[in-house]
Design a protein around this ligand. Structure first.
Ligand code: HEM
Ligand code: HEM
Length: 343
């Protein structure tokens, strides 16, 4: 978010000004913002069709991993909510990682990446999994040797970064993935309703929105992604048990080394939350209603009535968006100089 040009966000917010004078909508527009109509431009990394296509190819290419087995898509499946629907992800050598995989949809709009916000933006983020021992377990040198060994990739990098003499490098890999990910926006019924379409949300969903605001969920889950903008203790009022909040993952403390940041996490962005179970960084909760009840208790000290939970869940359903059309790329074939998979 730090590097986003905000004009497209503001423009899309302003064009809903003509929406009918509904007090709930008026309040909602002060708390949330509709999704931008087009991929936001990223400062110092302008998008071109060539760069977006290269980013898509890299996102789907398992040869970014040492084993040749795991692509970004393995853990961020664009057909199932942009995540992997597992408690915690399985990566290199079938190791189980420590955290649940968040969706890549709309992630360009988050203030920073990862549950603890340790990567400032998507380009910085993309370098992480490629090298993480439990994810793709590769090295920048081996990735570049792999990509450089395929003439088609060299051509694609040259077209995406035409001003550079040696465009096939780790930085450009990350930048291309970033502009591709910026296109992964999922406009939802909630956006249509914010823009003035009264029929886009049903009565239960609107009642759920009212509760979401009245109960105070919006103090952490606001803005364009209904979260993803700030950091809060998980267990602000009452710490959940270790089966939900494992005590060995202290969240943002590992980033800032400040005692106040123990068990602090980024408020999860809630777009598409209905299709990205299981929940929380631990992935321990499979039912959205239970996740909502845990939030109400741990963050607000409130016990919800079952009908209140059901309405909030109905509202969260209205955040499930339309997935953009992504063409499955045909990837370049290996050559005799392509490094062999390391298993
Ligand atoms: C987090 C993209 C590969 C598992 C993320 C996030 C993005 C992303 C954008 C942050 C989302 C957010 O904070 O809301 C990518 C890309 C990849 C890749 C571009 C390829 C270069 C993988 C693989 C796995 C994986 C192969 C599984 C083996 C995860 C997990 C997190 C995450 C567990 C959360 C980690 C944490 O917060 O500490 N990924 N990912 N990703 N991804 Fe990936
Ligand atoms: C996570 C809903 C209130 C901070 C979540 C998740 C849901 C949710 C469904 C899990 C998302 C996922 O795993 O993808 C709600 C609802 C609330 C509420 C319905 C009101 C009843 C709050 C408040 C705060 C907060 C008031 C801040 C004080 C967080 C944080 C996470 C989170 C930090 C990430 C937890 C983790 O590390 O796993 N919220 N929330 N939430 N929420 Fe809330």
């Amino acid at each position: 978010m730090r590097r986003l040009v905000l004009s497209s966000l503001l423009a899309s917010t302003m064009c809903v000004g003509a929406a009918s004078a509904d007090p709930l909508r008026e309040t909602a527009l002060t708390v949330f913002a509709p999704l931008p109509a087009a991929a936001p431009q990223i400062a110092m990394n302008s998008a071109t069709p060539e760069k977006v296509s290269l980013g898509a190819a890299l996102f789907f290419d398992p040869r970014l991993s040492a084993s040749g087995v795991f692509s970004c898509y393995s853990c961020h499946n664009l057909t199932t909510g942009g995540d992997d629907n597992m408690e915690t992800s399985v990566g290199h050598g079938w190791q189980k990682g420590p955290r649940n995989s968040p969706t890549v949809f709309n992630s360009v709009l988050n203030i920073a990446q990862f549950w603890d916000g340790r990567a400032a933006d998507l380009a910085e983020q993309a370098k992480g999994p490629v090298q993480a021992a439990v994810e793709m377990a590769n090295t920048p040198e081996n990735v570049i040797a792999t990509l450089s060994s395929m003439p088609q990739y060299v051509e694609w990098f040259s077209a995406a970064f035409p001003e550079q003499k040696e465009p096939v490098n780790f930085e450009n890999m990350a930048k291309a993935i970033e502009v591709f990910e910026a296109t992964l926006l999922t406009p939802a019924p909630f956006d249509a309703w914010l823009a003035g379409d009264d029929k886009a949300m049903n009565a239960d969903q609107l009642a759920g929105l009212q509760l979401f605001i009245d109960k105070g969920c919006t103090s952490c889950h606001s803005g364009v992604n209904l979260g993803g903008q700030g950091y809060y203790p998980f267990g602000l009022i009452e710490k959940p048990g270790a089966e939900i909040l494992p005590r060995d993952d202290k969240g943002r403390f590992a980033v800032t080394e400040t005692v106040d940041d123990e068990y602090v996490f980024r408020a999860a962005p809630l777009r598409n939350v209905a299709v990205t179970a299981p929940y929380f960084h631990s992935g321990k909760v499979w039912d959205l209603g239970i996740a909502v009840e845990i939030m109400a208790e741990s963050q607000l000290g409130e016990e919800l009535k079952p009908e209140e939970t059901a309405k909030i869940v109905a509202f969260l359903d209205a955040l499930t968006g339309t997935v953009p059309q992504v063409t499955l790329p045909v990837l370049p074939a290996e050559t005799s100089s392509t490094p062999r998979p390391i298993t």
